[in-house]
Design a protein around this ligand. Structure first.
Ligand SMILES: [Zn+2]
Length: 1076
């Protein structure tokens, strides 16, 4: 809390004396006497008096609490000399443009102050080309820039997606392959990407460094407006026929191409396939009836000419929307765009790209589709999905969209929602599927409710229940308390601010702006929420809304999905037929062309290219933009605390770590499930429904996740625990800590029905996401073979956890499991087992007493009065046998990983290896694994546990990739010339890009709290990274990464295990429970 002046303290003491030591009375007297001064909390009166008695000093200079922890904590911290850097806007800045004024060809059409976010919005239009421009001026250094286009194809050849890839293969001013990827090493961007949605493509980046921002702006603008679009780029990124043996014109032909493989992967992922099919069927007219990313069986119909024409029409300034955000001057953006690009174009009517609202159906429709069998999923007869969808409002109707968003949340989320009660609590499924929710990313918004892992025989029941649920809500109306809790959630989310704010706004605005919606209106959230409060609390309005969008809505689709054991076989057969059709009609010239294209492409990929044209930051342009956070370490009762006063915008954040080292193996295995259910049962004062409502009204919800962290300088030591977290508006801090008190009292897990249902839903949710994050799962599994800490992680967060939990679900009695969960709660929910961190604003004077009350309560029964700290656990050393793991899964493209144990974070070799990982990623792995070997991605990372990881993502060619991993030291020996000053510097920049990411106020000092990583150690690492020399890279590569070194490998995917074998390697094969 902010210190008071001596004068204020004197007045505090005086008031306290007058009130005879009654703090409440003292506060009243003080307020009466000094109506214009800030009013201290009751604690301040008590504490000041106490301090004066004990220390003779009114000022609070020492760390408060029972024990000053300075020496007993393992942390190596120092009090920061920097104060809080508060960015408070006190005077509103003069407007930089006014309505009607023109700057560099742009006419300003609207200016509005957005008070809720302390920013000013400027809407502009380029007079000649009618390019739209939105600038949000805000005192935020993380500036954003983006160019977006409405891309609305009328086929499924994936043109917008392939175009997104090929514009990044070089442009007029920057004729280099993959300039974005290369800029990753030449910039300090805090974000860089290109994204294709169902009806738009946009190219955003953010940076805190203005020089860097201008560099990236040049590269981005040239890429989208002036791409080279070479034919070979189209073949590489899109699709091509190629000989399986490049040099042999008699070898068979196969389909290749980056997007082709990427979409094959996407189509094998059940939930993304279901989502794609659902969209195509519920909105069949126009662009939503097609696959914008590309259907693998349609992609080979795309021609190079079509791609070029698509660019001419859709990537035209008249079809563009440009966005900028932050505190860099707008004028420079306008000048640049106008002079270099826009002024050279004529207006081109973009009306052809407009998406028309869908004509509404007069009758509901049904559709059944098939998918692959999930070998790691539920039993096959349960692996079905159903989704019921309604076409709702037009996305440009902002108030209606917000009302429907709210209504959907009320209907779907949490134990008080109507659908949760009627569908989820019936326990007939594995829970909601990924389509469930309200989708306002496209022109016609959709409401979908759906279930996964459900028997086909239950489909009819789901339809009936859905109708009944809606009827019931229509008749009974909404629960007032429930509505209030959802509205509170909105208020809190507006206040909770992340350093990615400018990007978040862009992502939220893009779908609306893309259909010419009023972008400035949607930013004025206070007005919108006031309007929403009125409509959602008016019972008549709610009834009318439900009647219109649900009961009388005939544009409804019921879609079901069933696994087909022949799904992959059928796809392969269709692919083969397509291949035959394509090759049968080839003329002799075409065949020759294919042969020479293959050779030429391979040559082009291997060619060394000059990157001189690309801009690059210079060493002197890099500024360290972080300061040591101002932290206070103290103790309340026996709970160690880390306190951080900072500008949290009126929100208080709590984090806590609960140690789990007292658990036995059976209990430990259930930690992730314990985390999942901890806040879902009755507590001492609430039943589970009321508890959820109660929590939502006060705070963000309760975060509970597994926390395993390795010691930053002691290899083999780690801390295992559970990370709990929440945040609330300052005024609710006492109530928030009371909620945690209820949790620490131990929830009542005895409701067997609920327990069983939650177990089903939990197990069902485990396999979704495995394919999207296959490389992370593969790396985790590979690491578990060489590191004992990771072996422990693998059991809790890896593929082994998925398998284990299915066994638990199948074999174990619920009663036994309830006992396990009860025991975990009894063992770990106690004050002696907790350390906590708080972030709060200086004006929140209630924090300290809220913390003290909480700590006193949870420590009331503790006999031991010793202060808990990080509990390091020693692991047993893993035997150094080279082992490898093949996780067999029926997916068409694989994920590969190799892990080599190296050194701890604080070892002097760590920064060298870190720089080396970036060097190898960009100079070796990206060119070979992605560009030549056809994987969607490939690279190397050094993880904080001291393991060097190689990985490939969606990889069609496993064996070759694994050889590339093994061969890295040999390659470097042959290519030492590549380690020049520029490449070395670029690799360092890539590291700094991660290290210098802006940190949210509520994350300051959290590395210290969670991992024992202080700012000083972090800064030393940063300095060491900057001083890595050329020879260091070679030295650590030969020292740690040669082929003979002990390592673990993992492949996820469908291939014969024996194909992977190399001499002296042991491969274990792991199959899912549904593997035939
Ligand atoms: Zn892609």
């Amino acid at each position: 809390m902010a210190a008071f002046t001596n004068e204020e303290y004197a007045d505090i003491i005086m008031a306290y004396g007058r009130a005879d030591g009654n703090a409440r009375e003292a506060r009243r007297i003080y307020e009466e006497r000094f109506p214009n001064k800030r009013l201290p909390s009751r604690n301040i009166f008590q504490n000041t008096y106490q301090r004066l008695r004990e220390t003779g000093n009114v000022q609070n200079n020492e760390t408060r609490g029972i024990v000053a922890l300075k020496n007993s904590l393992k942390y190596d911290t120092r009090r920061s000399c920097h104060g809080n850097i508060l960015k408070q806007k006190n005077v509103s800045k003069p407007q930089i443009m006014s309505v009607g004024s023109v700057s560099h060809g742009f006419l300003c059409t609207d200016v509005e102050d957005i008070k809720e976010y302390n920013m000013t919005a400027y809407l502009l239009k380029h007079e000649k080309t009618k390019t739209e421009y939105l600038h949000l001026e805000r005192d935020d250094s993380n500036n954003v820039f983006s160019i977006g286009f409405r891309t609305t194809p009328l086929d499924s050849m994936g043109t917008p997606h392939i175009l997104e890839h090929t514009v990044l293969c070089g442009s007029e001013k920057y004729p280099v392959r993959d300039p974005f990827f290369k800029m990753l090493n030449r910039s300090l961007a805090t974000f860089m990407n290109a994204l294709t949605g169902p009806d738009y493509t946009f190219y955003p980046f953010s940076s805190q460094n203005e020089k860097d921002y201008r560099n990236l702006q040049k590269v981005y603008a040239d890429a989208v407006f002036k791409p080279n679009l070479h034919r070979l780029d189209f073949l590489q990124e899109g699709w091509r026929l190629e000989h399986s043996k490049l040099e042999d014109p008699n070898s068979e032909l196969v389909f290749k191409g980056v997007v082709y493989n990427e979409m094959k992967g996407a189509f094998s992922e059940t939930s993304s396939l279901f989502g794609q099919r659902f969209l195509n069927n519920i909105l069949p007219q126009g662009t939503y009836g097609y696959v914008s990313g590309g259907d693998p069986l349609c992609i080979p119909s795309l021609t190079y000419e079509h791609l070029k024409n698509f660019h001419k029409q859709f990537y035209h300034p008249s079809n563009a929307r440009v966005y900028s955000y932050g505190n860099f001057p707008l004028e420079a953006n306008l000048k640049f765009l106008n002079e270099k690009y826009l002024s050279h174009y004529e207006y081109l009517d973009p009306s052809k790209t407009i998406v028309k609202p869908q004509e509404r159906w007069t009758n509901p429709k049904k559709q059944d589709v098939t998918c692959r069998v999930d070998q790691f999923g539920a039993p096959i007869d349960k692996q079905n999905q159903i989704a019921i969808g309604y076409v709702m409002s037009d996305v440009t109707d902002i108030s209606e969209t917000l009302l429907l968003t709210t209504l959907s949340e009320l209907l779907l989320i949490g134990p008080n929602a109507a659908f949760y009660k009627s569908l989820i609590e019936k326990n007939i499924s594995g829970g909601y599927n990924s389509l469930t929710g309200y989708d306002n990313q496209i022109r016609d918004t959709l409401f979908v409710v759906g279930l996964r892992d459900i028997e086909r025989s239950k489909f009819e029941m789901v339809e009936k229940l859905t109708d009944e649920t809606i009827k019931k809500v229509y008749e009974k109306g909404l629960d007032k308390d429930h509505v209030e809790s959802v509205l509170n959630g909105f208020e809190l989310s507006i206040k909770h601010q992340s350093p990615k704010f400018g990007l978040k706004v862009l992502f939220n605005l893009m779908p609306l702006w893309n259909h010419n919606g009023k972008v400035i209106k949607v930013l004025k959230v206070n007005d919108l929420i006031a309007e929403l409060k009125e409509s959602i609390t008016n019972p008549k309005h709610v009834r009318d809304t439900i009647e219109r969008y649900f009961i009388n809505n005939t544009h409804r689709l019921i879609m079901t999905m069933t696994p087909d054991p022949k799904f992959d076989e059928n796809f392969t057969a269709s692919e083969l037929k397509l291949l035959k059709d394509k090759t049968a009609s080839l003329s002799k010239e075409q065949k020759e062309q294919i042969y020479t294209d293959g050779i030429e492409l391979s040559k082009a990929q291997k060619k060394k290219e000059s990157l001189e044209t690309l801009p690059c930051l210079k060493i002197e342009e890099i500024i360290l933009n972080k300061t040591s956070p101002s932290l206070k370490h103290t103790v309340s009762n026996i709970v160690p605390l880390q306190l951080c006063q900072t500008n949290t915008n009126g929100v208080t954040y709590f984090k806590g770590v609960l140690g789990t080292d007292s658990l036995n193996n059976e209990q430990r295995q259930m930690i992730p499930f314990f985390n999942y259910v901890l806040d879902k049962f009755d507590t001492s004062s609430h039943n589970y429904r009321d508890f959820h409502k109660h929590v939502s009204k006060i705070m963000s919800g309760l975060g509970v996740v597994t926390h395993i962290t390795e010691h930053i300088d002691q290899p083999g030591q780690y801390e295992q625990g559970i990370l709990i977290s929440s945040h609330c508006l300052d005024a609710n801090v006492h109530k928030m800590m009371d909620v945690w008190r209820e949790i620490f009292d131990g929830p009542d897990f005895s409701n067997k029905e609920r327990f069983t249902m939650l177990l089903h839903n939990y197990c069902s949710s485990l396999t979704s996401g495995v394919i999207d994050n296959g490389h992370s799962y593969a790396m985790q599994a590979a690491r578990s073979l060489v590191s004992s800490v990771d072996a422990c992680k693998e059991k809790l967060v890896g593929i082994h956890h998925v398998i284990e939990m299915q066994k638990v679900q199948k074999d174990k009695d619920v009663k036994v499991l309830q006992k396990v969960i009860d025991d975990i709660a009894a063992k770990i929910l106690s004050g002696s087992n907790l350390r906590a961190a708080f972030h709060y604003s200086p004006s929140n004077e209630e924090v300290q007493s809220a913390i003290d009350n909480f700590c006193e309560y949870i420590c009331r029964n503790e006999e031991q009065k010793e202060v808990n700290r990080i509990n390091w656990t020693d692991t047993q050393e893993t035997t150094k046998i080279k082992r490898s793991m093949h996780i067999s899964m029926n997916i068409p493209v694989n994920f590969c990983a190799k892990a080599i144990p190296v050194v701890s974070y604080t070892d002097p070799d760590y920064p060298k290896l870190r720089v080396l990982s970036k060097f190898l990623s960009s100079k070796y792995l990206h060119p070979l694994v992605r560009e030549q070997n056809g994987a969607y991605g490939g690279g190397a990372v050094l993880s904080t546990d001291g393991t060097f990881n190689f990985y490939s993502y969606r990889d069609p060619n496993t064996k070759v990739t694994l050889d590339i991993f093994d061969n890295c030291a040999n390659w470097l020996a042959d290519n030492t010339y590549l380690v020049d000053e520029q490449n070395l510097f670029e690799s360092k920049l890539a590291i700094l890009q991660q290290m210098d990411q802006p940190i949210a106020e509520y994350m300051k000092g959290v590395d210290l709290f969670l991992y024992g990583l202080s700012y000083d150690i972090w800064q030393m690492q940063r300095e060491r990274v900057l001083s890595v020399k050329r020879d260091d890279l070679l030295e650590v590569c030969f020292k740690y990464l040669t082929e003979d070194k002990w390592c673990g490998k993992c492949v996820i995917g469908e291939c014969a295990t024996k194909e992977l074998h190399k001499e002296n390697e042991i491969w274990d094969k792991i199959s899912g429970p549904q593997h035939e």
